[in-house]
Design a binder for this molecule. Structure first.
Ligand code: UD1
Length: 345
């Protein structure tokens, strides 16, 4: 049976591109919309090499309502949306709050308007464990309290969740699945797609792989005096392909009318917390490559420890993060090596 078309906004980005691969492998026709502000057109080639199918690609900005009108009238068969199009750097959001509110919120509101107008059945929204702030208890369930956001980026995720709830409560004729990601890492095992570098990495894994490659002299470990077994912060690092697969299940749920509520929320994590030092150990053990590092002071705004209770997603979606962390680290390294071969880094 022919499957419905899925619109993937931000589909040339890191998590978006991995999700397009999984959607196409599950038989969904895809159209990507991306303004290429933090990605590259070549990503479409990588997706085609992996899947043998070239997804349709529209270069446009989702904050541009006229461009969205054109997109939806050109593709009247869009039945589901997965919305990745957003700015995501915490530090930058502190410097440029309006950019973050405009990009992230106008994109979402434009899509919700289009969905009502064009009869789209559901939207999967990329949220983040950042909504839990420093949780009172770990592992974190979906019913843990939402803490006041510490950055405009984090606030856009909280407000976006509220916008979706309000619009659907007001009677909008579609459903939503909100996915709260923990820390996505790694790359597709083909090393044909991954996280593209953009300046000096702020996130841990790109900094680790670039240091291992010799692009950076040493990794700074931000703090070893936290209340954790080895003193470094704890996170739940989830493989990006595992994460991508959850989106296919989530969108399918809405298209096949299997949702248990108009808005469903799921934590996507492994359920295992790893410290910064444990993660570096895993990288060194699995790749055999050393990562020069030094311990420095804490990074302002960091959470001490947060990891997921993924039981709700495991039980209801029938989804589980499966990739062992060492394999994920190998995939991150293979991607870094592929970037070097392509002369990018
Ligand atoms: C951050 C954001 C989160 C966002 C995610 C992806 C916060 C509180 N959270 O997550 O909302 O979704 O980025 O953009 O800002 N670390 C080092 N050295 C480095 C880099 C990182 O020790 O050079 C440590 C950090 O202190 C942290 C861990 O590595 O303990 C992970 O950091 P990072 O990859 O930046 O992600 P988060 O801060 O968890």
């Amino acid at each position: 049976m022919k499957k419905d078309r899925i619109l993937v906004t931000g589909g040339t980005g890191y998590i978006g591109s991995h999700t397009v691969v999984e959607l196409q492998e599950a038989g969904y026709p895809v159209v990507i919309v991306d303004n290429l502000s933090n990605s590259n057109r070549d990503v479409v080639d990588g997706i085609e090499k992996i899947t043998g199918i070239r997804p349709d690609f529209v270069e446009a900005d989702c904050t541009d309502l006229a461009a969205m009108e054109k997109l939806f009238s050109d593709y009247p068969d869009i039945k589901g949306i997965i919305n990745f199009a957003a700015s995501k750097a915490v530090g930058e959001s502190m410097q440029k709050p309006i950019l973050y509110y405009r990009n992230n919120l106008n994109t979402l509101m434009n899509l919700l308007d289009m969905m009502a107008k064009y009869g789209t059945k559901g939207i999967v929204f990329s949220s983040s464990c950042t909504v839990y702030g420093e949780p009172d208890e770990n592992p974190v369930t979906e019913s843990a309290p939402i803490k006041k956001a510490t950055s405009p980026y984090g606030n856009t995720k909280q407000i976006s969740e509220e916008i979706i709830e309000d619009v659907i409560r007001a009677g909008a004729p579609f459903k939503s699945v909100i996915l709260r990601y923990f820390n996505p890492v790694g790359a597709h095992p083909s090393a044909l797609i991954g996280e593209l570098p953009n300046g000096v990495p702020q996130n841990l894994i790109p900094f680790v792989t670039q240091t291992a490659m010799g692009i950076r002299k040493e990794l700074s470990v931000f703090g070893n005096d936290y209340n954790t077994p080895d003193g470094s912060c704890i996170r739940d690092y989830i493989n990006v392909v595992d994460l991508a697969k959850a989106h296919v299940i989530a969108v399918e749920r809405m298209l096949e009318d299997k949702s248990e509520a108009p808005v469903e929320i799921f934590n996507l994590g492994t359920g295992v917390g790893l410290s910064v030092l444990e993660l570096i150990d895993s990288f060194e053990r699995s790749t055999g490559v050393k990562v020069p590092r030094k311990i420095v002071g804490r990074r302002a705004g960091d959470i001490e420890k947060v990891w997921a209770n993924p039981k709700h997603a495991n039980d209801v979606l029938g989804w589980k993060a499966e990739t062992p962390i060492d394999d994920t680290m190998k995939s991150a390294w293979a991607w870094q090596c592929a970037l070097r071969e392509r002369g990018i880094m």
